[in-house]
Design a protein around this ligand. Structure first.
Ligand code: NAD
Ligand code: UGA
Length: 357
């Protein structure tokens, strides 16, 4: 087993990065350099002597980023704008960060012959066959498989796809570098990870985060739970601890089985419509967390145009085929949907109540 000792995590201050950094420090097998423009999600780990945290922007042009890559055994690149509202409001920034800036990191890895684990997305699969045929996704379930499924994007005027296209192009460049320059890469396509430290609540910080935070906000602050286009689309949720276990196995790379491979990490059993997600979160909150005086959120329907602006188009269903991760890594999720939701809600409830005193 090739066990890297010095790991550079770019985007370590984000949801996945912070959870991964904590796990690696807990294990104590690696020296970790964590880089991000933000560090609040790393607060619990910043005092750890095995961690070097660098508050840096990867788009600043100087030589230090290349020197950092050169100085580490493995680069894990998580830097991205990963929030659908930004694909609509800032498509060029999304392209520049998620492709152009990340490409520089890839180039440094090629130049210095470093292994890279690149975070891509399940969004590269795009739309389902059912969606393209104008059928409801229930009629034609279509699990996405890493090396055989087509990648189907919507029209250019629906600029939501710029995120998926940027990520897909980066994947294709990595693959080409593997072929032509011997680059050792592994691509991870996460399928809707959630858990403690995801995003932020919109009542506490301006912005439009991913759906869990909106629904959690509704439970804690009484804002409406908005079902975009009726909440009919599906997502399959994975607990961040399961996800991190999969990532750690990819880092460990048993028998070099992850070299030049793409892995879906997801939990097909944890599929729900977004309406189902809203209803499940309300029941779980009522059962485990509600205290007298907590607001009761109203569920309302809004159009995607109203919620995001024009240029939005949704992924109707994303069923991960995880047989490769199971076969090559022995990885499988252990948390069911209720457990994923319970742990994530618990994190936000505790934070909210401790802030409220
Ligand atoms: P996140 O937004 O929490 O993390 C991204 C991090 O990148 C943030 O901490 C941000 O501060 C940092 N960053 C942004 N611009 C930067 C810059 N210029 N320089 C340095 N750091 C910068 O997102 P996440 O959910 O942790 O996702 C991590 C990666 O995984 C992303 O590449 C995302 O596209 C991908 N991904 C995540 C999921 C998921 O389920 N969470 C699903 C699919 C893909
Ligand atoms: C996310 C993001 O693109 C990335 O973080 C990542 O690549 C990927 O998917 C992932 O996490 O695997 P998406 O799942 O569409 O995309 O993001 P959410 O904002 O969580 O939206 C999920 C669904 O809920 C969408 O159908 C959206 O329209 C809906 N939604 C969102 C609501 O109904 N109400 C809301 O308040 C917010």
């Amino acid at each position: 087993m090739s066990t890297p000792t010095k790991i550079l995590i770019l985007g370590a201050g984000g949801f996945i990065g912070a959870n991964l950094t904590s796990r690696l420090l807990r294990e104590g097998r690696h020296e970790v350099t964590a880089l991000d423009i933000e560090n609040d999600k790393l607060a619990g780990d910043l005092g750890d002597s095995r961690l070097t945290f660098l508050q840096r922007d990867i788009s600043v042009r100087d030589e230090s980023l290349e020197a950092l890559v050169q100085d580490h055994d493995l680069v894990i690149d998580l830097v991205a704008m990963a929030n659908p509202s930004l694909y609509i409001s800032r498509p060029l920034d999304v392209f520049h960060l998620n492709f152009t800036e990340n490409l520089r990191i890839v180039d440094y890895c090629v130049r210095h012959r470093k292994r890279i684990i690149q975070f891509s997305t399940c969004e590269v699969y795009g739309r389902t066959i059912a969606g393209v045929l104008g059928k409801p996704p229930e009629e034609l379930p279509f699990p996405f498989e890493e090396d055989s499924s087509p990648l189907i994007m919507g029209p250019v005027k629906n600029h939501r796809w710029i995120y998926a296209c940027a990520k897909q192009l980066l994947e294709r460049v990595l693959h080409a570098h593997g072929l032509e320059n011997g680059l050792n890469y592994t691509i991870i396509r996460p399928f809707n990870f959630i858990g403690p430290r995801i995003d932020y609540l919109p009542s506490e910080k301006a912005g439009n985060p991913r759906v869990f935070s909106h629904f959690m906000n509704a439970l804690l602050y009484g804002t409406p739970m908005k079902l975009v286009d009726g909440g009919r689309n599906y997502r399959a949720y994975t607990h961040i601890d399961d996800a991190v276990e999969g990532i750690v196995r990819i880092i460990d790379n048993p028998g070099n089985t992850c070299d030049r491979e793409i892995f879906n990490l997801g939990t097909p059993e944890n599929e729900t419509t977004i309406r189902g997600l809203a209803e499940r979160m309300i029941s779980l909150f009522d059962e485990h967390f509600r205290i007298p005086g907590d607001p009761v959120p109203e569920i309302i329907e809004v159009s995607s145009e109203e919620f995001y602006g024009s240029g939005y188009e949704d992924c109707d269903r994303r069923i991960p085929d995880v047989s490769k991760a199971r076969k090559l890594l022995g990885w499988t999720s252990t948390h069911d949907l209720d457990s994923v939701l319970y742990h994530t809600m618990e994190y936000f409830v505790e934070r909210h109540r401790s802030q409220a005193g």
